[in-house]
Design a protein around this ligand. Structure first.
Ligand code: AHR
Length: 499
């Protein structure tokens, strides 16, 4: 197999917003409790945060974290999670059918965000609650002093306001599973009045309206249009959520999941721009892809329908394979290729729950396979995304028809360093990649090339074998006369850094 790319630094898609490398911490399963927060753990710091997990989060390169949900937020009372710990109530969490102790809440999360060096993305409950509670929360987080909620915060030991800038107006309100699920008109109206009132208090806020929970929702497209008719002038983003899994052993379709993500992005951009055009608006609504990942929703272990009502049970603890990591890499390529409109995104989630980082209570923390493509992209995917002319062999897939076997993007950093991210979707054959980089003036010689691949496509990292799967150096990748040649292993995620 052979494929080629051709690029020129004068032809760019746009600049990567660092918020593209966000993630998500929800009160779900063991994401918070025994994930990021475990006061009894040997590595816990004075705030009860696991320092082994914090170190992995920094290594992962996460820039922003969405909190506290997810489905959880639609039944959440933020007041339960602030103030003296011993007075915080235990509550039923109807979304995940567990008991929430509220030992961890807003101020603990903000301490976590500071230590992990991430921007907070705060969601408000527009399921069981509404405008007033959103305003109360905003007053608590962002108002300096002298009012009931700002003084309440100060009485909780937080003198300076948190100054949270980025807010989600609810979560997946189009989904019948959502507490307080609404029609597009009901939600659009509530989101509009909430956005208006929040902006009146703090004009610097950036607001995300809920888009569709996935592209197969029956209301996809119509939902975004109606919601934006209500909110166009009041919000900055519309959200997208998408999860992918391999079904019936159809690995080729699974490896082509990015085709769905691509169509999703194109569809939402078209819908948002249609509403903008009708309004003759000069404003552009961007996309916040604030939940995306591989998630094996159909596995019985992930079935949360049976009430459990325990505290922080093991839920959604998918163990990721090499195949899953290649798909995650391909989804990252798609987000980068659309960086002109997707200006925020969150890998869902961060720890234990469909996550790149796993932990054992009282035990170690380790990297899942999907950790590696994310870390590569977050580290090297900074700067300008270049437009690619791509030539690739194709193959047929049951779900997406004909797709190219080579999926790639290229990002140029300010110092001129060029990184090509490439996925070979062929499960058995290597792919010879050539790249015409003459317009970029690359330094002739060796190129740093790592690949995540394995003869066993089901290989995974587990408690027993924590580093079974890691990216390996590929030798023999060179540039000569401005042309790069590389061999991409079968079914692989590749990072090629060219000085
Ligand atoms: O990330 C897991 C869940 O997926 C979130 O709570 C919800 O928003 C989505 O359906």
């Amino acid at each position: 197999l052979a494929g080629s790319i051709h690029l020129d630094p004068n032809f760019t898609v746009g600049e990567v917003n660092p918020r593209l490398f966000g993630s998500f911490v929800e009160h779900l399963g063991r994401c918070v409790y025994t994930g990021v927060f475990e006061p009894d753990h040997p590595s816990a710091d004075e705030d009860g945060l696991r320092t082994d997990v914090l170190a992995l989060i920094r290594e992962l390169g996460v820039t922003m974290v969405r909190y506290p949900g997810g489905n959880f937020v639609s039944g959440y009372r933020w007041e339960d999670g602030v103030g003296p710990v011993e007075q915080r109530p235990r509550r039923l969490d109807g979304a995940w059918r567990t008991v929430e102790t509220n030992r961890f809440g807003l101020n603990e999360f903000m301490r976590f965000a500071a230590k992990a060096d991430v921007e907070p993305m705060q969601a408000v409950n527009l399921g069981t609650r509404g405008l007033q509670e959103a305003l109360d929360l905003l007053e608590y987080t962002n108002h300096p002093a002298g009012t009931a909620f700002s003084e309440l915060r100060r009485s909780h030991g937080v003198d300076k306001p948190h100054g949270i800038r980025l807010w989600c107006l609810g979560n997946e309100m189009d989904g019948p599973w959502q507490l307080g699920h609404k029609s597009a008109d009901e939600y659009g109206r509530l989101a509009a009045v909430t956005a208006k009132a929040m902006r009146d208090v703090d004009p610097g806020l950036e607001l995300v309206a809920c888009g569709s929970s996935n592209r197969s929702m029956p209301t996809f497209g119509a939902w975004e249009a109606t919601v934006l008719e209500h909110t166009y002038d009041l919000v900055d983003f519309i959200s997208c959520h998408a999860y992918y899994e391999e079904s019936d052993g159809d690995v080729d379709s699974f490896l082509a999941s990015a085709a769905d993500m691509e169509a999703f992005i194109d569809g939402v951009v078209a819908t948002a721009d249609h509403i903008g055009a009708k309004r003759r608006s000069g404003k552009r609504i961007n996309l916040s892809f604030d939940e995306w990942n591989v998630w094996y929703q159909s596995r019985p272990v992930n079935n949360t329908d049976t009430p459990d009502w325990s505290v922080a049970p093991r839920q959604l603890e998918d163990v990721y394979t090499v195949t899953d990591a290649v798909v995650v890499g391909s989804l990252l390529i798609t987000l980068l290729r659309h960086c002109d409109r997707v200006t925020a995104a969150c890998l869902a989630q961060l720890v234990n729950v469909i996550a790149p980082i796993m932990t054992e209570p009282g035990g170690p923390a380790w990297r899942q396979t999907i950790f590696h493509p994310f870390a590569d992209a977050a580290r090297h995917g900074r700067g300008q995304v270049l437009r690619l002319a791509l030539d690739s062999p194709v193959h047929d897939t049951a779900r997406y028809g004909e797709v190219p076997l080579l999926h790639a993007t290229a990002v140029q950093q300010e110092d001129g360093t060029l990184t090509v991210f490439a996925v070979n979707r062929d499960t058995t054959k290597p792919l010879e990649l050539t790249a015409d980089l003459r317009a970029c003036n690359p330094v002739a010689g060796q190129v740093t090339h790592t690949a995540l691949a394995d003869p066993d496509r089901h290989a995974a990292n587990t408690l027993q074998h924590q580093d079974r799967v890691t990216p390996k150096s590929v030798t023999g990748t060179v540039t000569d006369g401005g042309r790069l040649s590389a061999l991409l292993p079968p079914m692989s995620w590749n990072t090629l850094t060219i000085p």
